[in-house]
Write a new protein. Structure first.
Length: 416
């Protein structure tokens, strides 16, 4: 049995949470492979809103095992708080002992550095994700498994503080004493020890026993540390290949890859956004789509569907199909634009260059429609909505296999 994969194809916030939640009802295991509590997945079920940051979106399936893989940077404080939303997680949630810890001082470093950059700030969430990954790569970080020995971990962190005292002094960050830190770490252990495991072996066993596995990414392809709009990116590998390193599986273990895209496009933070709309249409998308970050509370920048970027991202991820989210947000627009090409250095191009700063979008307009809200049958969609979907398929070269017509789990069209 192979593991199916859900991956964001834009700048994150595409609606992966709803799709994973819906699809997870048919899977035995749901696995998160990268990112940290900078991610935010909002799920609506029967009018109840759930905001997830670290726990995989399969948690709402009581029969599913949920895995937080080694590629994640884990904030103990965040995961403990998030777990309080749910009952009886023991035996249903497991955290890799090889995942790296994102501790409170990482967030302080993150926030201090953003302040020092001023108008050159990247626009991070300030959650400490970058510093935690930086220490992982520089081999000075700490792993989740080390929580099981609080005294030793406390000693090691205090030694880290001593060795990096100059950095903390420059950034004006106070660090806890040894006694204060031991209390904090011990509390982390008490709450999290039952959930810490060798998750790689768990995933392997599930694959070997033909269990149905769904892999869930955080953020989006255009925020990938290697393939995104650097330096305005996140600190991990958000593409499908990142699921392999982030969970300990190989490429042959990957089955169907579903790319999640909004029917329009959004971005949080700074960085290039070719199809951004600065007028009334962008404001309408933001208002109707309730485009506020689940994690940060920041208003998202909004714009039109960028088919050039989606085609690029779909190739990077090997997408078998696209899941088109929030189609209902475009209800009532007289005209709907879709970016079909770029103007770059005086030429028209249909590929995504390494730098997006100097590209200008070239649009095609499609007539709008009245309403798709709650539609669950493709044949009952307005004709212009179908034309829009077909145009996306034509320009990206990927089939739109799933269409979401409201935040509710069941308001979804599955195309055969």
């Amino acid at each position: 049995m192979k593991a199916d994969l859900i991956v964001g194809i834009q700048w994150g916030d595409e609606g992966k949470g709803k799709m994973v939640d819906m699809l997870a009802q048919n899977y035995d295991m749901v696995c998160r492979s990268q990112g940290g509590h900078n991610a935010g997945h909002t799920i609506w079920v029967d009018g109840v809103r759930y905001a997830l940051h670290l726990i995989p979106s399969g948690v709402l399936n009581p029969k599913a095992i949920n895995i937080i893989g080694n590629g994640v940077v884990l904030s103990p404080e965040s995961i403990i708080k998030e777990m309080e939303q749910f009952d009886n997680l023991e035996g249903r949630l497991f955290i890799s002992d090889k995942a790296h810890l994102n501790l409170p001082y990482h967030a302080l470093i993150d926030q201090a550095k953003e302040r020092l950059k001023g108008d050159k700030a990247i626009g991070t969430t300030g959650k400490g994700i970058g510093p935690a990954y930086a220490e992982k790569i520089s081999r000075t970080g700490f792993r989740v498994g080390e929580l099981l020995n609080p005294s030793k971990l406390t000693e090691n962190i205090i030694e880290y503080f001593i060795q990096n005292r100059a950095i903390f002094d420059v950034l004006q960050i106070d660090t806890p004493t040894k006694d204060e830190l031991l209390i904090i770490i011990s509390e982390y252990k008490n709450k999290l020890a039952p959930f810490i495991a060798n998750t790689t072996n768990m995933v392997w066993d599930a694959l070997d026993n033909d269990k149905r596995i769904l892999l869930e990414g955080a953020q989006g392809t255009l925020l990938d540390i290697d393939h995104g709009t650097y330096p305005y990116v996140t600190s991990s590998s958000t593409v499908s290949a990142g699921a392999c390193t982030g969970l300990g599986i190989n490429p042959k273990d990957i089955g169907i890859v579903t790319g999640i895209v909004k029917a329009y496009c959004t971005r949080v933070g700074n960085g290039p956004f070719p199809s951004e709309d600065h007028g009334n249409d962008g404001d309408t998308m933001a208002t109707v789509g309730k485009e506020v970050g689940t994690t940060t509370g920041r208003k998202r920048r909004c714009g039109w569907f960028d088919a050039v970027a989606v085609k690029h991202a779909s190739r990077l991820n090997g997408c078998d199909q696209l899941s088109l989210m929030k189609l209902d947000v475009l209800d009532g627009f007289e005209k709907i634009k879709i970016c079909k090409a770029y103007e770059f250095n005086g030429e028209v191009i249909t590929y995504m260059p390494s730098e997006l700063d100097d590209v200008k979008p070239i649009y095609e307009e499609i007539d709008g429609w009245d309403s798709v809200v709650g539609c669950r049958d493709y044949d009952k969609l307005p004709q212009n909505a179908k034309k829009y979907i077909e145009k996306i398929e034509e320009l990206t070269g990927v089939k739109v296999g799933i269409i979401s017509t409201s935040p509710e789990r069941d308001d979804t069209i599955i195309r055969g």
